[in-house]
Ligand binder design. Structure first.
Ligand code: 13P
Ligand code: SF4
Length: 310
């Protein structure tokens, strides 16, 4: 492996040789974001994965994101630098338990957050992301009840925003559940001029204190469009890299976890490193493999989402 100081250049050389595109989520380490061809939220990354003509997609994010790229663009090799990069939401919703849940609600439409496995997507009528969930749920027939999985915090927010009643799967994000309300209130006192911006995976009592709520991309756009000069940010701190880059004159404050430590980095996202990024391009592994029947069934609700959120 090249020395650390030469890794970024070596990754760029390999990227060209392999005809690869590097897609990165905002929660990746700064150094990985700096190597990426495209950085985005889940919806934008899915769109980019679907439309790329690169032969190889290196997905610097978590497993469900790379899996979605493979579902949408099965002819490409999709690499994930660390195959263990999972998600607490996807883990909280096993496919067999989800099948039982659906069977107990046979008349319901099934809307699943993209943070779930391909096997759960394959059992869903519609996939959503945090950036389009409200818009999509508002389009569903008013006379059909709706199941929403696996994030109960996002589900409650979508229900309030859309005016629809949702039956929720009881999953949550271990990162967005750690923020301390006390620490947030203290930060607000210290920085009364700051705008509080939050990801909808946060718990309701924190969202109630937010001035603006949205997906990672929407939070980033907000920091650029708002007249506020500082922001208290209730989401994974990886996104501060782009916030600071795009608005260097503004100030950004992280909210610590309930135990007082600033440990709200996503442990799954942070499994990917620059070294593993180089390694996966070098060895062309680990690659995402999918059962073709599940892939085809999971594709239907994802394509429905893309059509309905266009
Ligand atoms: P976004 O779609 O807002 O980027 O969210 C992805 C995610 O995993 C948030 O925890
Ligand atoms: Fe999953 Fe939460 Fe990490 Fe997002 S931040 S990938 S929802 S565990």
């Amino acid at each position: 492996m090249p020395p650390r100081a030469e890794l970024a250049a070596a990754i760029e050389t390999l990227r060209r040789e392999r005809n690869a595109i590097i897609l990165a989520h905002y929660y990746q380490d700064d150094a990985i974001q700096d190597c990426a061809d495209f950085i985005g939220d889940s919806l934008e990354l899915s769109r980019r994965a679907a439309s790329t003509d690169a032969e190889v997609i290196v997905f610097c994010g978590v497993h469900f994101m790379a899996e979605t790229a493979k579902i949408l663009n099965p002819g490409r090799t999709v690499l994930l630098p660390d195959l263990e990069a999972g998600c607490s939401l996807a883990d909280a919703c096993p496919a067999d338990a989800f099948a039982d849940f659906r069977q107990r609600h046979p008349d319901h439409l099934v809307v699943s957050y993209i943070n779930c496995s391909a096997a759960v997507k394959a059992q869903s009528d519609l996939i959503c992301t945090s950036s389009n969930a409200v818009h999509l749920v508002q389009q569903l027939p008013a006379d059909r009840p709706i199941l929403f999985a696996p994030d109960q915090n996002l589900g409650r927010w979508v229900a309030r925003q859309s005016g629809r009643e949702l039956t929720l799967w009881p999953g949550s994000c271990i990162v967005h559940e750690t923020f301390s309300e006390q620490a947030l209130l203290r930060l607000r006192q210290e920085h009364p001029e700051a705008e509080v911006i939050a990801h909808p995976e946060c718990q309701q009592h924190l969202l109630d204190l937010a001035d603006f709520i949205g997906s990672t991309s929407k939070l980033l756009q907000r920091t650029q469009s708002s007249l506020a000069s500082s922001f208290i940010v209730l989401t994974e701190p990886g996104i501060l890299h782009q916030m600071r880059r795009r608005a260097p004159e503004k100030r950004f404050h992280e909210v610590p976890g309930a135990d007082g430590c600033s440990c709200n980095a996503c442990p799954y996202m942070r499994l990917n490193t620059l070294e593993k990024l180089w390694q996966c391009l070098h060895t062309m592994a680990p690659a995402i493999e999918l059962d073709e029947d599940i892939r085809q069934r999971a594709l239907v609700p994802i394509e429905r989402m893309l059509a309905m959120s266009a």
